[in-house]
Design a protein around this ligand. Structure first.
Ligand code: SF4
Length: 238
């Protein structure tokens, strides 16, 4: 099930690509052991077969064959745009739903005709480890360019997701949303999901709720803005 954003609850198959060009504070993706991948043949079973990596295009196409009644196939990661050449050659029965950090415009350009849904992130610069002040401008420029290239049109929905963690400085959000708004159908504010080793106190959760609601109010002046947490975490799904 898609657990995030405006398509929450839709039935998908997930293809999770390994590796990423960013390093976010709140990343929950384990990039270890790219030598094999886990294949859940029966959806929801929690039983995974180890398959040798890398997987070929035809192998992936046949691995996805058993899954029926799908809304779409989610391409997620890591960062799937790193594999744009691979994705470009995929031939699947279901529409493609790209989940991307939107920082690789040259790769995004390759998928302009290929994807039907784009769940694109705007990563707050302070959420990225190892990004200095001088790199922030380039980060925003690349993000806006990715949205421009993969923008919504008659045959594609594109929306923007912003994860708001507890240390987020929100000054950069409004100008970024102003720049991205022409290309997207809506903006999703996704509150950080507190993880076991680093729980939030009730007081900081309250402060976070207030901050996000204030931010939503100001962004609603620009575009449809919704607050949607990660629902798959609520019911213990992957
Ligand atoms: S862009 Fe996504 S996969 Fe990459 S480091 Fe950030 S949260 Fe993790």
């Amino acid at each position: 099930m898609q657990g995030e954003g405006p398509y929450v609850g839709t039935r998908q198959a997930f293809v999770r690509f390994s590796g990423c060009n960013l390093n976010c504070n709140y990343c929950d993706t384990d990039f270890a052991n790219p030598g094999t991948c886990d294949y859940e043949q029966v959806e929801g079973s929690g039983s995974f077969e180890k398959i040798k990596n890398p997987v070929s295009i035809s192998q992936l196409e046949s691995m996805l064959q058993p899954f029926k009644k799908l809304h779409s196939v989610s391409l997620t990661g890591g960062e799937p745009l790193l594999y744009a050449d691979f994705i470009e050659k995929l031939n699947l029965a279901s529409p493609l739903y790209l989940e991307s950090n939107m920082t690789l415009p040259e790769q995004a350009r390759k998928l302009d005709e290929k994807v039907t849904y784009v769940s694109g992130d705007f990563k707050l610069p302070e959420s990225l480890r190892g990004i200095g002040p001088e790199a922030r401008e380039a980060h925003l420029k690349n993000t806006v360019e990715c949205f421009r290239l993969l923008r919504k049109n008659n045959s594609r929905d594109c929306f923007c997701k912003i994860v708001i963690d507890r240390n987020a400085e929100l000054e950069s959000v409004n100008p970024a949303v102003e720049a991205i708004a022409p290309y997207v159908s809506c903006v999703i504010l996704q509150p950080e999901t507190p993880i076991g080793r680093d729980p939030m106190s009730p007081r900081s959760i309250q402060a976070s709720v207030q901050r996000i609601m204030e931010l939503q109010k100001s962004l609603l002046e620009i575009i449809d803005t919704r607050v949607i947490p990660q629902t798959h975490r609520m019911w213990g799904c992957l």
